[in-house]
Ligand binder design. Structure first.
Ligand code: CP
Length: 328
């Protein structure tokens, strides 16, 4: 039976751990001089993006190619949608060409669930409206796991997610994933950028979570101001926002040495991050992008391979085998 990846909650803690363990194998493949294995030869992965993307679309396509899957890219602006074809007819038409997985991004919450009901192919949610972005959350977990060497989980880790939480599918999925891994999450935002219903610890005082004595949070996760999703002025002006909620040089100087600084990208430079990233030793934003390929390889392999154990498809090197036996 086909499986899809639509949200972190349906994956659960065990599913998150399974993908992160698989990503270790995929990261090892990605480090090879020829980073390609035949694991998904004969499979076809189709990207269907109704919203713009740089990272997610390119890393899914790269991930599929590294696993030897064929790729199709659906260009919304050049499609028969402009002639009035519906989303359902579009998906069913592409599926009839022989597709094993759709990777879909859409501005409407729930669109990937609709697509999942219309096709026998697996569906991966690459971002739906303000709702969910599960593969961003998984690559974030993998980045923390590798940067802090925490393969067993994140018990005791303190995370602050800062900024435009109201409009952020990343905040929702990444919070769910951090909690599944055992971390404690605080949302930091002005009340106008908080969702109406909140289950997390909340504050509008970024300076308190950063602290002054090296005892601040372990992860500072900055969000993009999503101006394109705002229909009204929710902050007085961007300078005021940066003063209260941005990572300024003064705040960067107070970060504990071990604090990781994360951002899903794209960054509004001078707004949520107003400091030169090269001066932030804890910044792992480029690692997030790099890890996105290995994690998306893991997701595609998990959904499309007939073998739950990649060792039958991918020759595991001695280095990876040794790292596995060392893990508790
Ligand atoms: N983080 C993220 O989803 O980036 P893109 O919009 O570039 O895919």
């Amino acid at each position: 039976m086909k499986r899809s990846l639509l949200s972190i909650s349906e994956l659960g803690s065990d599913g998150v751990q399974r993908i992160l363990d698989l990503a270790d194998t995929m990261a090892e493949v990605s480090r090879r001089p020829n980073p390609k294995v035949p694991a998904l030869r004969g499979k076809t992965v189709c990207s269907v993006f109704f919203e713009d993307s740089t990272r997610t679309r390119l890393s899914f396509e790269t991930a599929a190619k590294r696993l030897s899957a064929d790729t199709m890219t659906f260009a919304v602006s050049q499609s028969s949608l402009s002639k009035g074809e519906s989303l359902r007819d579009t998906i069913e038409t592409i599926a009839a060409m022989g597709v094993d997985a759709f990777v879909i991004r859409h501005s409407s919450t729930g669109a990937p669930w609709l697509v999942d009901g219309w096709t026998k192919a697996s569906v991966v949610n690459a971002g739906d409206g303000w709702h969910a972005h599960p593969t961003q959350a998984l690559l974030d977990m993998y980045t923390v796991r590798t940067a802090l060497n925490r393969p067993e989980g994140f018990d005791g880790l303190r995370v602050a997610i800062v900024g435009d939480i109201k409009h952020s599918r990343v905040a929702r999925s990444t919070t769910a994933a951090f909690k599944a891994m055992g971390a404690h999450v605080t949302w930091v935002a002005p009340t106008t950028l908080m969702p109406p219903v909140v289950d997390e610890a909340v504050t509008d005082r970024l300076d308190d979570v950063i602290g002054t004595d090296g005892e601040g949070v372990d992860i500072l996760y900055m969000l993009r101001m999503q101006n394109e999703r705002m229909t009204e002025a929710l902050v007085p002006n961007l300078r005021e926002y940066t003063n209260r909620f941005g990572l300024t040089p003064a705040r960067a100087a107070r970060l504990a040495p071990h604090t990781l600084v994360m951002h899903p990208g794209p960054v509004n430079r001078g707004v949520e991050i107003a400091v030169d990233l090269s001066e932030l030793p804890g910044a792992v934003i480029n690692q997030q992008v790099t890890n996105g390929i290995s994690v998306r390889m893991a997701v595609l392999y998990d959904l499309l391979s007939a073998n739950p154990d990649p060792t039958s498809d991918i020759e595991i090197t001695e280095a990876v085998a040794a790292a596995r036996t060392e893990q508790p």
